[in-house]
Design a protein around this ligand. Structure first.
Ligand code: GLC
Ligand code: GLC
Length: 814
């Protein structure tokens, strides 16, 4: 069953009924001002950091789930009837409801009682504000006398403090209202020089800025007193809960349409220019007034929207494909890169499943996110790599996350994950392959943001290896530390106290438990580093990393192979995890994916054998399960992984992030049919028809789909912010379709299904546009390449001579 449809022409998903199984959200903003918005206008906004600069308030896990947002109420002043065109919060039965989620904007509205009202929400590029453009059309044969009320609830900046510290917060709120603009300035009197504002293009009949005055005692969003009554009370918040609501009166002739613009924004004044001359406690509004004046005009708002549309059109033109499959085209050309932008921006901080309080930018996560983003805005990827490296610790290890506003690392969700440092190497190599900008390696950046500790990025990368090589265990495999990529395989945790966080508790020394996954990751990182060193003409380094890769590969052959698949780990007692000897958790997907991705076992049959085992034991109709058999009970020596009920999350869920690793591994062994089959099982668009089961948005990947051991097999959770986005994009574009940025040119090495006759693609790469046609003439993956008619040896297209901006590529598969 579906709740809408894809409008590929407009690059939108159109939701046609409001009662989706879960709120289906979109993101507003892609630079510094962000918001999440659901299909019924729920959600909130923040500036840079969802925890430290929250602009509007949102209560997670509410009843109904998605309550509070950017609401508009319409009231028929003749009958006194009122409703919300976005369905929530009044939930009147609408006609022609639709929510068009587009790239960086959403348009939500419906018809009710002969009045059509739709609001377009977006954030203009280069600005720290959101625009709501509401268009109301009177479809009656009679004039309509209407009232319109806007409604948002301000957050007192620090979202965690806002949700907990009521003894203080109920006394701090402050508001100013000037010319119909509501200024939220809590704590402006002391150490903040930023404020929020909520403005309206019309002259208003009233306003409310104290929440209780708007709602009335013991009422909620469904039936605000001000709306019911048809008038605001011009309340000013002194403490309690600052709110923003405008009341606008409208007379619409039959057939008449009116557009009203609301602006919700964030503004920072220079500290020495905080206050107005006339009153030492009043905001100096000199600089913000022109911004408000500009975007209150439909021409400027409209132009900003057009710029946003062209921005996305251009970004998506960097890599476009035309394959025989609509789901592939739609995801690769529109939604998958769009989701990659969101994960790049928000990391794992703010979604319907991440509260914006718990997690900042993950070191491991953000490095992987680059894989799906670097081709779009390489300059931003460059800055991100340097920011990440600046939080690296002097030991070469890493903080697990950092706060985007301060760029300081923290241990709030643990430290000592021994896989972390390697991801920096993979992030940097993705950037180098894409751009050829070797200068990034010479950038000098600090450790742990400590001034004076600066070294080049290249040295940072080397320290990461030193950290890893100093931490090898009894079998010569990397020690796992707190955990590796799988946050929940906590082999040194041994927690028996309820309520302890598996992420921060360590009760064992950590000198025994080893990870085969990190071993595979290390091999891959060493190989990438050797390539880098080679191009820098650092022979000794290149030899060193090649040697380390070979050594670790040998160690995996000897101690990381279980007979039919790669082992997962050794636990604190030196016993294997993910082995046929185990009662539960006999086979794990991660080492199969990552060892083969690194090239381990390609020469001796281990890779193919491991992939057969994955197919036999882990694959399911909804994707590849992370492990089998599921852990049926809690094992203190394994940690969080066994804390989840069977079939969910890391305990035998379909942890989608890992699936593309197997797709890549299948392409590495030349099995395009299987790689693509796995790809399609997860492809959100291909799952659209089962939306009532899948439940999450059909236009983005989710972190997890419940596995066969669960009670809800096929149900997705944790959509949007997941490494699944970048890895799927990388797997389909670079490995299955095989268009791969490589060190010295664009590599064309497709491993596509045998039934495909070919496909076409356009890829912009290092200043040239490649128009690629792939044609199948035989059943294999051998490729013969022609660039502008000339035969190319091998599968890498050399960079075109200066001045040549277009390369027509013909690839013949035999
Ligand atoms: C989450 C985390 C990621 C981790 C994965 C597996 O997606 O963001 O860092 O690797 O879970 O536990
Ligand atoms: C939990 C989740 C895991 C996530 C981690 C982040 O362990 O199961 O997916 O990565 O929390 O701290």
């Amino acid at each position: 069953m579906r709740y809408g449809y894809f409008d590929d022409e407009n690059r939108e998903y159109v939701i046609t009924r409001p009662d989706t199984p879960l709120p289906w959200i979109n993101y507003l903003g892609c630079e510094s001002y962000f918001g999440i918005i659901s299909n019924t206008a729920g959600g909130y906004s923040f500036y840079r950091d969802a925890r430290l600069r929250r602009i509007t308030r949102y209560r997670y896990n509410n009843v109904p789930l998605d309550t509070g947002g950017r609401y508009i109420y319409l009231r028929d002043d003749d009958s006194g009837q009122f409703w919300s065109p976005s369905w929530q919060p009044t939930r009147h039965q609408p006609r022609n409801y639709s929510c068009r989620h587009g790239l960086g904007y959403s348009i939500i509205g419906s018809e009710y009682s002969g009045l059509d009202a739709r609001t377009r929400y977006f954030v203009p590029l280069g600005e720290d504000l959101e625009i709501w453009q509401t268009t109301i059309t009177n479809q009656r044969n009679a004039p309509a006398k209407l009232s319109l009320f806007s409604a948002i609830e301000f957050c007192l900046w620090d979202a965690h403090d806002d949700a907990t510290n009521f003894q203080r917060n109920f006394s701090t709120a402050e508001i100013e209202v000037e010319n119909g603009v509501i200024y939220h300035k809590t704590e402006y009197r002391e150490r903040r020089n930023h404020f929020a504002y909520f403005a309206c293009s019309e002259s208003i009949s009233g306003y409310d800025t104290q929440r209780d005055a708007f709602f009335g005692p013991y009422r909620d969003w469904e039936k605000p007193l001000a709306v019911e009554r048809g008038s605001s009370s011009n309340s000013i918040a002194h403490g309690w809960a600052p709110f923003g609501s405008h009341h606008i009166k409208l007379d619409l002739a039959p057939g008449e349409s009116r557009q009203i613009i609301f602006l919700l924004g964030y503004y920072e004044n220079p500290p020495e220019q905080k206050f107005d001359h006339s009153d030492p406690q009043t905001i100096d509004k000199r600089n913000v007034r022109p911004v408000i004046a500009k975007y209150s005009q439909p021409e400027h708002a409209g132009a900003a929207f057009d710029t946003l549309r062209s921005y996305w059109k251009e970004l998506l033109e960097i890599c476009r494909v035309e394959t025989p499959d609509v789901h592939t085209n739609r995801m690769v050309n529109i939604w998958n890169p769009y989701q990659c932008m969101a994960t790049f921006n928000i990391s794992r901080s703010a979604s319907s499943f991440e509260s914006g309080i718990g997690r900042g930018l993950g070191f491991r996560d953000s490095n992987q996110d680059l894989l799906g983003f670097v081709h779009m805005v390489p300059q931003r990827a460059r800055q991100r790599i340097l920011d990440l490296a600046s939080t690296q610790l002097p030991s070469g290890g890493a903080y697990h996350q950092f706060q985007p506003l301060t760029k300081r690392g923290n241990n709030d969700i643990g430290g000592g994950f021994n896989d972390d440092p390697h991801w920096l190497v993979l992030g940097a190599s993705a950037y180098l392959r894409e751009t050829g900008d070797w200068s990034i390696l010479d950038e000098r950046i600090p450790y742990d943001q400590q001034p004076g500790s600066e070294e080049t990025l290249y040295e940072h990368m080397k320290r990461g290896f030193r950290y890893a090589l100093e931490r090898l265990g009894p079998h010569g495999l990397p020690l796992i530390g707190r955990a590796d990529w799988n946050d929940c395989l906590n082999l040194n945790c041994f927690s028996e106290e309820p309520g302890q966080s598996f992420q921060t508790v360590t009760n064992r020394e950590g000198k025994v438990a080893e990870s085969v996954f990190i071993a595979g990751l290390l091999v891959l990182a060493c190989k990438e580093m050797a390539e880098v060193a080679c191009r820098l003409k650092l022979r000794d380094d290149a030899d060193f990393y090649k040697l380390q890769a070979n050594k670790m590969e040998q160690t995996i052959h000897e101690h990381g192979w279980d007979g039919d698949w790669f082992l997962r780990a050794y636990d604190n007692f030196g016993n294997p995890v993910g082995s046929h000897q185990c009662d539960e958790g006999r086979i794990f997907v991660e080492p199969q994916g990552f060892c083969i991705l690194a090239g381990v076992g390609l020469g001796n049959g281990m890779a193919s054998r491991a992939l057969e085992s994955v197919h036999a034991h882990l694959s399911s109709q909804h994707g590849i399960v992370i492990l089998q058999p599921a852990y049926s009970k809690y094992y203190v020596h394994l940690g969080e992984i066994s804390s989840y009920p069977p079939g969910y999350k890391e305990n035998a869920g379909i942890f989608c992030h890992t699936n593309p690793w197997i797709m890549i591994a299948e392409s590495r062994v030349g099995n395009g049919d299987r790689a693509y089959d796995y790809y399609l099982r997860l492809n959100p668009s291909a799952r659209e028809d089962i939306s009532e089961l899948h439940r999450c948005e059909p236009y983005v990947y989710a972190q997890m789909i419940a596995g066969p051991d669960s009670h809800t097999f096929g149900e997705a959770k944790n959509s949007w912010l997941t490494g699944t986005a970048a890895w799927n994009y990388y797997a389909i574009t670079q490995w299955i379709l095989g268009i791969r940025p490589s060190w010295d040119g664009l590599q064309i090495s497709p491993v596509i299904p045998r039934s495909w006759k070919g496909f076409r693609a356009v890829r912009k790469f290092r200043g040239a546009t490649y128009r690629i046609g792939v044609r199948r003439e035989g059943q294999g993956n051998g490729v013969e390449l022609f660039a502008n008619g000339a035969r190319v040896r091998g599968d890498v297209l050399p960079l075109p001579p200066d001045g040549c901006k277009e390369v027509v590529v013909e690839a013949v598969l035999s």
